[in-house]
Write a protein that binds this ligand. Structure first.
Ligand code: GLU
Ligand code: ZN
Length: 491
């Protein structure tokens, strides 16, 4: 039987790391097995439903390049793939369970259920439904219906016995039926299904073979197995994925940093890096290899290599991956990715001039090494396109020195830089070193003021490279300006 897997998000919030990890693993598994990856939108909870969340789901998938084989707008014969378009099905299957004796109508009012909860609290009893309507007589039922009370459908959880399912990763999972929360609602009085009913019915009707999902769904496992049995259906295979934690061992959450994929996108991560890093959360190929393209994962992913242990999300590591992927980009491709950030800051025009493009091409080798995120290009390259302004005289002055000494340094720098192109980088550095000794300052103190003078910042791309890109004339002009600034400060 060919593999059919699904990602079944509820559009209630943004797609976060955990969800996207589930989506990717299902997607890679389908691809590696020559199976089908299905996207199903579980939007039965109309109170928590949110249009933007649905849009975010589509945007995230598009950005990461995850294509579904079947799903919204792509029917593979098992649609519709949005649960709110399948409501009559759930009613039909709920009624089927009532008819076969596995479900029953419950007419309890919310007042009765509230009072029950209150009483249970006072008597310190376990919470949950008391199965009041499980054994109504026909007459009682008729009477309620005659009164026009709209019932819910509840599932008749067996009172005895144990339910077992086999998890591909975790092995045998067991639960005593008496520990399954009493008789969950399958169909609400307004005809809306609950998660359990819709999820099981759809997984069956869509011929899903494997369910790969987060471990938080383990507690639902036994109930779902009982539902499959009640319907007389073969359950799919289960595989609950390891948790994703922050470094402190707590479940990954906003406290740790960005968790929604859109945020990573906004911060200037590349989809390649995000995919590669996420795929290593609970999965590994071997203990050496870390780099995988999406294509490779589509081939290599196997369930046998999932880890049981929780995965730790390391922001620094993702950042490192991002830098690696940036460096791997061809210059032209990287320029395309960087342009929007430069344009937003008016560093480069909306339609870049030839001159601007030439400068971008020229600077790429130097910048590439320094980019962790795409927007880093803005502070790194601004000095090449715009006059720098706004630094204070103080920023030119190295630690423990004063304005007079800094002027002296800058004048010496100016003299050496003027001949830089003739003399070459190595020789200039040697001369700078000598000069530093003469002036009794460290090489760092010799270079820092030029750096600030020409880039406006103490952190910049490598100095000689920057000077080369800026050109000698501009470099000298900016050094002169710095000297003038210091002189006005000094007098
Ligand atoms: N709609 C559920 C969710 O939001 C699906 C859980 C499952 O995969 O069964 O995660
Ligand atoms: Zn009831």
């Amino acid at each position: 039987m060919s593999v059919r897997v699904r990602y079944a998000p509820s559009p209630t919030g943004l797609q976060h790391i955990g969800g996207v990890r589930t989506a990717l693993f299902n997607y890679f598994f389908a691809r590696s097995q020559g199976g089908a990856f299905i996207l199903r939108v579980e939007d039965t909870d109309r109170e928590r439903y949110n249009d933007q969340a649905l849009q975010d789901l589509y945007d995230t998938f598009e950005w990461l390049g995850i294509e579904w084989d079947e799903g919204p707008n792509k029917d593979g014969g098992y649609g519709p793939y949005v649960q709110s378009e399948r409501f009559d099905l759930y009613t039909r299957y709920a009624e089927q369970l009532v008819e076969s004796g596995h479900g029953y109508y419950c007419f309890c009012s919310s007042e009765r259920l509230d009072a029950l909860r209150e009483q249970q609290k006072q008597e310190k009893q376990g919470q949950g439904y008391d199965r009041h309507c499980r054994n109504l007589t026909n007459d009682q039922r008729e009477e309620y219906l005659r009164q026009g009370i709209k019932p819910v459908v509840r599932f008749k959880v067996p009172l005895e016995g144990t339910t077992v399912f086999e998890d591909i990763l975790l092995g045998e999972m067991k639960k005593k039926n008496k520990d399954i929360p009493a008789d969950p609602v399958l169909l609400k009085s307004d005809g809306f299904p609950t998660y359990h009913l819709a999820n099981v019915v759809d997984d069956h009707l869509m011929a899903i073979t494997h369910i790969m999902r987060a471990q938080e769904w383990i507690p639902s496992g036994p109930l779902h197995i009982l539902l499959y049995e009640a319907f007389g259906w073969e359950p799919p295979q289960y595989c609950h994925l390891p948790m994703v934690m922050g470094k402190d061992g707590q479940k990954l959450s906003k406290r740790h940093g960005a968790t929604s994929v859109i945020e990573f996108r906004r911060q200037g991560y590349l989809p390649e890096a995000v995919i590669n890093y996420i795929s290593l959360l609970g999965w590994s190929y071997d203990d050496k290899r870390e780099f995988f393209t999406k294509d490779e994962l589509e081939e290599l992913f196997v369930l046998e290599k999932l880890n049981k242990a929780p995965a730790v999300f390391d922001y620094k590591k993702l950042e490192w991956f991002n830098g690696q992927y940036i460096r791997e980009k061809k210059d032209e491709e990287l320029i395309e990715l960087l342009l929007p950030y430069l344009q937003k800051e008016n560093i480069v025009g909306t339609t870049p001039t030839n001159e601007e493009m030439a400068k971008l091409r020229e600077m790429m080798p130097l910048m590439k090494e320094r980019l962790h995120f795409l927007p880093d290009i803005v502070p790194l390259s601004r000095f090449l396109f715009q006059e720098i302004e706004g630094y204070e005289a103080d920023e030119l002055i190295p630690k423990k020195l004063d304005a007079a000494k800094t002027i002296e340094i800058l004048q010496a720098d100016r003299e050496l830089m003027a001949k830089f192109e003739l003399v070459g980088e190595e020789r200039t550095e040697e001369l700078l070193r000598q000069k530093a000794e003469e002036l009794e300052v460290k090489l760092g103190a010799m270079l820092m003021p030029v750096r600030v003078a020409i880039t406006g910042s103490r952190t910049s791309p490598p100095l000689f490279g920057s000077i080369r890109l800026l050109g000698i004339d501009k470099t000298l002009e900016r050094i002169d300006r710095a000297i003038t600034l210091l002189q006005s400060e000094d007098s």
